[in-house]
Design a protein around this ligand. Structure first.
Ligand code: ATP
Length: 275
């Protein structure tokens, strides 16, 4: 590791961020490059440029306060004053977010600030301690650690998940195969998913989350294990969903993608967050 994180952190402070927040972002960013086995210089570009870019992104209007895209559709997800406590510990509170069809929202923040918890609240899988959540009925949820059955093939997953959404097996398999092809993956018939690579299993998770054509997609760091090509395919997919009028909420650590989203919810900056 070179001194990229130090230069990055210094530039963030020079640009006006609090030292603690700058340290946190620097650590997260370095970790992200490490997880991708990449040098930060290659992954994010020059430290000072990425710091400027990031500060500009974090200064974009707060999540949920504006609908910046004129073609944005009806509200698909609305959080009002949402908070979560575990026993006496407040993880976050007072979260407001509105995401319309044709918009992408990113949830960012330090490890443990509650991003996955909030996404589960959005999906209706975890109850909030306070506030209200309104969502459309047809949602797709892609968790961080997927719910795959190792001994089943990809086709069998398509059939199983399709059946849960009322799709006949043939339709589920052809839809799954088509969606996989958009991620440059061709599932092979007999291979159980436990023999797939981590990145390919993640592609399967993404396909399963959208198999039934949901109006609202909730994605928890869905590109883990993706190579560069798959990663670019993924963001192309996100933009295609947005252009098709769907709403997307994505938990991400990859802050250089924030220019591609309509709302940024920085959980580290809300009440109860760790920033
Ligand atoms: N069921 C639970 N019971 C008690 N505490 C929990 C529970 N689930 C999550 N937490 C705590 O809530 C906090 C937020 O967890 P969460 O996984 O949502 O954070 P995160 O921002 O997604 O983290 P990361 O970036 O590491 O994925 C953590 O401190 C975690 O330990």
């Amino acid at each position: 590791m070179n001194d990229w994180p130090t230069r990055f952190e210094a530039e963030l402070i020079r640009l006006g961020l609090q030292p603690g927040r700058a340290r946190q972002l620097s650590t997260e960013t370095a970790d992200q490059a490490g997880e991708n086995a990449a040098d930060p210089d290659h992954f994010f570009g020059p430290a000072h440029l990425y710091a400027r870019h990031l500060v500009a992104e974090l200064q974009t209007p707060a999540a949920g306060t504006t609908a910046t895209r004129c073609e944005a559709g009806p509200v698909m997800l609305r959080l009002s004053g949402v908070g979560k406590r575990y026993r006496s510990r407040t993880v976050f509170s007072g979260v407001d977010l509105a995401v319309r069809g044709g918009e992408v929202a990113a949830i960012v923040g330090a490890n443990g600030c509650g991003k996955s918890t909030l996404l589960r609240i959005c999906a209706g899988l975890t109850a909030p301690s306070s506030g209200t959540v309104h969502r459309v009925r047809r949602i797709g949820f892609v968790p961080q650690d997927g719910g795959l059955a190792g001994w089943l093939t990809a086709d069998e997953h398509f059939t199983l998940f399709g059946a849960a959404a009322g799709m006949v097996p043939r339709k589920a398999r052809s839809t799954g195969t088509h969606l996989a092809s958009l991620l440059a993956w061709r599932p092979s018939g007999a291979q159980p998913v436990q023999e797939l690579s981590g990145g390919t299993r993640q592609k399967l998770n993404l396909v399963l989350g959208q198999l039934h054509g949901p109006d609202l997609l909730l994605l928890d760091e869905p590109y883990q294990g993706f190579d560069q090509g798959a990663y670019l395919d993924f963001w192309r997919q996100v933009h295609a969903w947005r252009d098709a009028g769907r709403a997307v909420v994505v938990v991400t650590h990859l802050l250089h993608e924030l220019q591609n989203v309509d709302h940024v919810l920085d959980l580290g900056a809300v009440s109860g967050g760790t920033a």
